[in-house]
Design a protein around this ligand. Structure first.
Ligand code: DAT
Ligand code: MG
Length: 138
């Protein structure tokens, strides 16, 4: 299996709660490499491209509003099978039921908001990783 790259975002809730360091530590402890990292305040156009697959879904507008509520940290992460490996340490989408031991399961919960605030994003396939890395890192 070849070395891959993935896009990780520490979303606005993770940055606002001061969890960026904890999340970076988990990525590094797993053995992945940080290749590039930047603090970004994305505009709507960038988020529409990033979340194009979710356009029209009930949570789409709340999701974009949440993602525009503060800065995110965008990270280019490299390693063997890092795309599925990061999603494994991130946990499932709903932070209330994400498994303990995962980022979302240990650090997240339902805050009663219209969009799930689940701390991190991770690309879900090689094609989306390439597409998303170009959106956030150019
Ligand atoms: P993931 O981030 O686990 O890949 P996704 O791509 O299905 O999940 O959805 C993107 C984001 O949209 C997700 O991180 C949180 C939000 N979201 C997804 N499903 C939702 C729902 N049913 N209600 C509210 N927000 C949701
Ligand atoms: Mg997704």
């Amino acid at each position: 299996m070849a070395t891959e790259e993935t896009l990780v975002l520490v979303k606005p809730d993770g940055v606002a709660r001061g969890l960026t360091g904890e999340i970076l530590a988990r990525i590094e402890a797993k053995g992945y490499s940080l290749v590039d990292l930047r603090l970004v305040e994305p505009d709507r156009q960038r988020l529409e491209r990033h979340y194009a697959e979710h356009a029209g879904k009930p949570f789409y507008e709340p999701l974009l509003e949440f993602m525009m509520s503060g800065p995110s940290v965008a990270i280019r992460v490299a390693g063997e099978r890092v795309i599925e490996g990061f999603r494994s340490i991130a946990g499932t989408t709903d932070p209330t039921t994400a498994a303990p031991g995962t980022i979302r399961g240990d650090l997240g919960r339902d805050w009663g908001c219209r969009s799930q605030q689940n701390l991190v994003h991770g690309s879900d396939a090689p094609e989306s990783a390439a597409r998303e890395l170009s959106i956030w890192f150019g």
